[in-house]
Design a protein around this ligand. Sequence first.
Ligand code: GDP
Ligand code: MG
Length: 166
Amino acid sequence: KSGFTAIVGRPNVGKSTFMNRVIGEKIAIMSDKAQTTRNRIQGVYTDEDSQIVFIDTPGIHKPKHKLGNYMVNTAEQTLNEVDIILFMINAEEGYGRGDQFIVDRLKNVDRPVYLIINKIDRVHPDKLITLIEQYRELMEFTEIVPISALEGNNVDHLLTVIKGHL
Ligand code: GDP
Ligand code: MG
């Protein structure tokens, strides 16, 4: 089994942390500053029976200038070429305008979209349930998977879910 998986989400939701945990190397640039990862950085996860190519798509956010527009278009192209999209959000922050912009882009894409709620180590389970209900109303997700990329909670399960879709 093999396939391509794109990760989208606002800056600092934990995309690079997730990729680094899964692939086990520092392949993505870690930074708290927005937009340091300009290019699509790919990492490949391999095991006995599967190969998953991960693509970090930092360009999906409301553009502030022309280069920003170019980046949004590039990111949208990527989304239409992959097998699976992981839309990652920060459980601590909840729904915001940045997410709305991404959700609007994702609605135009004909690919399975998984909602990945990251940083669950930082929130109360009740808040998590409220978040899930809130996001369910925005669009139809193939599945909603809460994880902690930093601590590793549920990351193996997410990999199993991805493999099941390839
Ligand atoms: P990106 O901009 O989406 O690539 O986000 P990063 O992977 O660079 O992470 C941004 C910040 O969030 C870093 O300080 C990470 O250590 C932190 N972070 C990432 N995942 C988690 C998590 O699951 N739990 C907590 N508490 N912090 C996290
Ligand atoms: Mg990053």
